[in-house]
Design a protein around this ligand. Sequence first.
Ligand code: ZN
Length: 440
Amino acid sequence: MFKKAIAGTAVFLLLTGLAGAQLSETEQRIVAAVKQRSPAALELLEKSVRINSGTLNPEGVRAVGEIYRSELDALGFKTRWIDMPPAMKRAGHLVATHEGGAGQRVLLLGHLDTVFEKGSSVPLWDRQGDRVRGQGVNDMKGGDVVMIEALRALASVGALEHANVEVMLTGDEERTGRPLQTARADMVAMGKRADYALSFEASGKHDGVDTASISRRSAGGWTLHVEGKAAHSSGVFSAQSGYGAIYETARILDAFREQVIEPSLTFNPGLVFGGTTVAYAEDTATASAFGKSNVIARDAEVVGDLRYLTPEQGERARRKMRAIVSAGNLPGTSATIRFIESYPPMPPTEAGRRLAELYSQASLDAGLGRIDIADPSLRGAGDVQFVAPYTVGIDGLGAQGRGAHTDDEDLEIASIERGAIRAALLVYRLTRVAPVPKTF
Ligand SMILES: [Zn+2]
């Protein structure tokens, strides 16, 4: 009976929302609570941004985790730190759980690390009027603060009491530890029991309208290895000496370009090297090669990436690439290609679209404008993709800024308040509805 009443109220809220930008009395108090905290939210952001937390600086990542952990502790979450095996050389992850009642379970995702390693010349924190430049301000400590302030607002009006919310802040999103199965095992387990996953990576903007993502492309790579016969260059093209590894590499890459391209699919050879002998150091992404113009190349290698929207598209691309590599080789050459998938694709789904509608409606109701769905080809990969096969996900609920990953990464300060209001309303509405059995 009680459960039914809650679900009924939520449906009513959704309907009134559709009818015309209305917030319930509790929701109005949630919005007021976020606004009241805005100066303190910026201070929390500054405190966490002033600690360098490059992925390869585990002490820094843990220190930022400690700051957020004490905030979540204060909101009544049970928090714990998950260590990764020492060989992985990563800080581990912060997990926080709040159990409450029979409503839908929501998983909130963020990350503690940034691309700015210790010794980076980018200033930690450089306030410039209504913006701030600094290490990870929008990717994604700004998003972490949006998430925490949304939860704080819910707690302050008593709305968290009956909510099932789990938080995971990873320590290695920018350079995921290996093996991936270990690095993301806990996240996958949390994704399996969640009804929704909300990820707080930076929000986007398209034609002046804020955007969120319901699909993200896979991120993976490939290495092409080509072998030829080392011989005097005067014999190149002959049946005996063949064409050498470099001509064969050129044939393969050109065939990729001519035969494999399709919408939403990209593959980029980022490094090519060849000669008589070659070597490649993966940890520094550096190649060396020895060769002479009068010797036919014996070895060549290409290091590339591959991004696709659906598993089927990925399979099709790999099949075509393998066929090109193994058939039609120039005389005297052979080639092999190896694929590595790091982030699985998150294809667009109807359930994801409905979740994006709820998010947009929450924003409209709060007077913050509609939210459009972002074009997946315009952004890279993210943690939400690991849980996408098990739950309904949305990304881009975080802060807004420019130049993520660059020396000029910055943040529009007002986007913290905006994001926190939208996220708080969405979490409030989702957690008040009883779950329906998963169809995954
Ligand atoms: Zn990020």
